[in-house]
Write a protein that binds this ligand. Sequence first.
Ligand SMILES: CC(C)(COP(=O)(O)OP(=O)(O)OC[C@H]1O[C@@H](n2cnc3c(N)ncnc32)[C@H](O)[C@@H]1OP(=O)(O)O)[C@@H](O)C(=O)NCCC(=O)NCCS
Length: 146
Amino acid sequence: MAVTVRAVRAEDYPQWRPLWDGYTHFYDCVLDESVTASTWERALDPHSSMFCRVAESEGRVIGFAMCVLHEGTWSTAPLCYLEDLFVDATQRGAGTGQALIDALMEEGKREGWSKLYWVTRQNNPARKLYDRFGEADDYVRYRISL
Ligand SMILES: CC(C)(COP(=O)(O)OP(=O)(O)OC[C@H]1O[C@@H](n2cnc3c(N)ncnc32)[C@H](O)[C@@H]1OP(=O)(O)O)[C@@H](O)C(=O)NCCC(=O)NCCS
């Protein structure tokens, strides 16, 4: 199964949307429709710091990586936060998740990003994949809802 990774396109919406719903369901999260609509709009907007790469196999979109590029105080080059990663449950274990992260690393090297990073739950089994890219650090996250 050959997987290619590319920038999302407007016509991908009917394929992206069920994957997005699968992802929010995975996190037991019910997002307001207006938030999903805005996320989609920003992912397509070349002026937004948010972007989306999709994994395609045999003409079907089977996974996505939603990212935010941002500035940082410790580097003059931008950092890429991989916020959401998802692969269709029927297509997992065949290297698509790895292909999405590999593609972001290649893009980042090409575009001069200083870092690619993501956070996940301690016990997420996806860490089997993540541990291939390096060791997790010992930082913990504090979050305040405002
Ligand atoms: C995480 C995720 C995107 C990985 O996609 P994928 O296409 O299955 O990843 P890969 O096939 O490249 O994974 C590489 C290896 O890690 C293993 N792995 C990856 N994710 C795994 C998971 N969630 N559970 C168990 N093993 C996993 C694969 O089985 C594979 O192992 P193998 O080569 O020994 O067979 C996918 O599991 C997913 O969408 N999970 C639900 C959402 C999620 O957890 N997102 C990440 C939030 S931080």
